[in-house]
Design a protein around this ligand. Structure first.
Ligand code: ADP
Ligand code: SF4
Length: 696
């Protein structure tokens, strides 16, 4: 096919009920940790996606009523008319670029502990509340009168959404969230009245709500349904075949079907466990059961795969949350033939941790995500340099490469020096670990960009010394020399080196990534709790070691609960024959034995061991910085105006932190020294005393 028209099909306008999307790029609802607390930050993030070419832009879940709220998670509210201005700001931003604005409406039912509103939760059937936090609260069963109330509350929300200017009103019943799914699913609906039992009865509430929505919004807005493709649990469930029956039974009901896999963990599977387009088999053929358009997701970043989804009649719209976070300009880049410039999502799920930790989402690939309003950062546009200055960046890991990229975009003369012959730092090593190959995109994207910039010079295989840095005489220097895994066991359980008589080989993640693979009986001791311990246990087991993973935490790779992969990690290790010892610390190493202690009682046990892999913590590699700091009085004479430490060399953290640090450095290199007195971002503060003025 002619290359210039190859992706045209993705840019065809598609009607959705009474409105028309300008193309097939559909940013499905996604959380961001900001919600009602940070409405301007969320609005600007959505606006910039619309600028990047998404034909449809959605909000995250908007809670329609205070009796169905999902505290502590921070989503949107439509509790009363006071919520309308914040919602309108988002819709207005999306409209600025001729995109359709969609709002996802949810009543949390059996997912709503109501910790904030303190109302008694209610759902299809009385059951304990089902969320990530296992709150000790139950929902009561709705009476028919409650259902009438629920419908009226929805009508109020439809009106508010319409007043706020939305074009698409989506009723949420997927991922186990939303009252529609609670009624549709035999797991959460045990009713024996006209709302329970047969599929026709279980879908009654859904039909009633769609009809009420149409009554309220008329032909101003489309009404869409976001439903579950398959609950993916054992036994009686809302299965893929039931969903197909449901679509066939209600083929004309909504203006669009938005289909999402099982639980949120299933739907947002990380690249470690799920391929791009993983839901294809569950969606295929549904399009033939209805005349209404279908949207599905699959962490789509490859335009050819997108075209295949449309041409094969599987999907009408390419749904995307994470790909739109990693690259808000993905549609425009495809339109303009800049395929190589797409900043592909790596499928790490770090963005999800913002919601799970009730903070603010970050993206490993896109440091500007959720900083668009707070700091005025943009994913593609950068303020030009403030002077003709040169910058030396030492170390080409994620921090150094991002600093070089953004400095290069700003027009600075940049030199990037790297000790190794390949660029990427930790990413160049970690991408070779089981399941992490897609993480290499962090380095690939940046290398591709900076290699095309005439003002950026790259010197791989160049280990710089303090004399080199001082002699070169750059105006500014960024030290991005990374970090090193500790060998002494210091982390959270041991804050000083653990007792070790030297009788057992001690390895670190750096050794294993350097391809020293332990043999025999190997203990992976994980007091880090993110992915590394689980990944290395998997690697050791794959290489034939008898592998045991011990962690003082109650779960293996405990922090991966926040990336929605902890249960997949446990399953994978169990499948590989790894012995998992939770709540177990490595107390000491003595005469070829690992002495373990229960992290609750201190009770010890021991066994013979051939090697221990210490996945405990990392230390900054700030040796170069320390030597430079010691010669600070020479800087000015050599023409150096600033030297700053960035990324893991400043303080080790996940890759996203290093990318952020590099971006921030490049944005502020010409700014005033940050003395920390002023808040470095905008926020919205509610004043409890209108008109209050400080007396000077
Ligand atoms: P970060 O995550 O902060 O980017 P990484 O550990 O990924 O840190 O990358 C740091 C990079 O710095 C590594 O690739 C390392 O080889 C390189 N490096 C360390 N010291 C020097 C040095 N003196 N000169 C050049 N490169 C260095
Ligand atoms: Fe993708 Fe990771 Fe960014 Fe999320 S944080 S959008 S998974 S790259």
């Amino acid at each position: 096919m002619d290359d210039s028209t190859r992706y045209d099909i993705l840019f065809e306008p598609v009607p959705i009920g009474p409105v028309v999307a300008k193309n097939r790029f559909y940013q499905v609802p996604h959380c961001n940790g900001g919600g009602y607390r940070d409405p301007s930050a969320v609005a600007e993030m959505r606006r910039i996606k619309a600028e990047g070419g998404w034909g449809v832009g959605f909000t995250e879940q908007g809670e329609i009523h205070h009796t169905g709220e999902i505290t502590p998670y921070i989503e949107l509210h439509l509790w009363d008319d006071d919520d309308i201005p914040a919602l309108a700001k988002m819709a207005d931003g999306i409209h600025e670029f001729d995109a359709l604005a969609g709002i996802e409406l949810a009543y949390s039912g059996v997912n709503g502990p109501n910790l904030y509103s303190r109302e008694v939760p209610m759902s299809a059937t009385a059951l304990p509340i089902r969320t990530f936090t296992s709150d000790p609260v139950s929902a009561r069963s709705m009476t028919r009168r409650d259902i009438r109330d629920l419908i009226r509350w929805h009508r109020n929300a439809f009106r508010r959404a319409k007043t706020a200017g939305y074009d698409l009103i989506c009723l949420y019943g997927a991922h186990g969230f939303g009252i529609i799914q609670h009624f549709l699913s035999p797991v959460t609906n045990h009713r024996t009245d006209e709302y329970g039992g047969s599929l026709k009865n279980r879908s009654r509430l859904m039909r009633e709500l769609v009809s009420e929505a149409r009554d309220v919004v008329g032909d101003r807005c489309a009404v869409t349904l976001r439903l579950c493709l398959d609950e993916m649990v054992e036994g009686a469930r809302f299965s893929n075949s039931e969903l197909r029956d449901l679509v066939a039974m209600h083929s004309d009901l909504p203006d669009l079907w938005d289909l999402a896999h099982g639980t949120w963990e299933d739907c947002s599977g990380p690249s470690r466990f799920r391929e791009e387009g993983a839901q294809e088999n569950l969606v295929k053929g549904i399009r033939e059961l209805t005349l209404k358009p279908v949207v599905g997701v699959g962490r789509f970043t490859s335009p050819d795969l997108m075209v295949r989804q449309v041409r094969s009649g599987t999907l009408d719209f390419i749904g995307a949350a994470r790909p739109s976070i990693a690259d808000p300009f993905l549609p425009n880049k495809i339109r303009d033939g800049q395929i190589e410039d797409i900043r592909e999502c790596i499928g790490c799920n770090l963005c999800i941790t913002g919601d799970m930790t009730m903070s603010l989402s970050r993206c490993t690939q896109n440091a500007s995500f959720m900083e668009e309003w707070r700091k005025g950062w943009h994913p593609e546009r950068f303020a030009p340099r403030s002077g003709d200055e040169s910058v030396l960046v030492v170390g080409a890991g994620p921090a150094g490469m991002e600093a070089a990229r953004v400095l290069g975009e700003r027009g600075y003369r940049v030199t990037l020096a790297e000790r190794e012959t390949v660029l990427g730092g930790r990413v160049a090593r970690e991408r070779k670990l089981p399941g992490l190959s897609a993480w290499g995109r962090v380095a690939d994207y940046r290398e591709h960009r900076i290699r095309r910039m005439a003002n950026v010079e790259i010197y791989p295989g160049s280990e710089l010394t303090v004399d080199d840095v001082l002699e070169f005489g750059f105006d500014h220097v960024a030290i991005a020399t990374g970090s090193i895994w500790r060998r002494d066991g210091v982390a959270r359980y041991h804050v000083r080196a653990l007792d070790n008589d030297g009788s057992v080989a001690i390895l670190t993640p750096d050794d294993l990534m350097g391809e020293t693979i332990p043999t025999g009986r190997v203990l992976v001791y994980d007091d880090d709790h993110y992915y590394m311990g689980g990944v290395l246990a998997e690697l050791a087991a794959m290489e034939g070691a008898e592998t045991i993973v011990a962690t003082p935490a109650a779960r293996v790779s405990e922090w991966t609960v926040n990336t929605l992969e902890q249960s997949a990690v446990h399953r994978r290790l169990a499948e590989r024959g790894v012995c998992i010892l939770p709540s177990t610390a490595l107390e000491r190493i003595d005469r070829g034995r690992a002495i373990l202690a229960c992290s609750y009682t201190g009770e010890t046990s021991d066994f013979e061991i051939d090697a221990v892999v210490m996945v405990t913590s990392q230390e900054s590699d700030s040796r170069l910085w320390t030597s430079l700091e010691a010669r600070r009085e020479e800087w000015a004479d050599r023409g150096i105006r600033s030297i700053r430490l960035i990324g893991d060399a400043l303080s080790p953290a996940p890759i996203a932190w290093a990318v952020y640090s590099g971006y921030r450095y490049a944005q502020t290199v010409d700014g005033p020294n940050d003395d920390g007195d002023a808040l470095p971002f905008r926020r919205e503060v509610v004043s409890p005393v209108p008109g209050f003025r400080l007396r000077s």
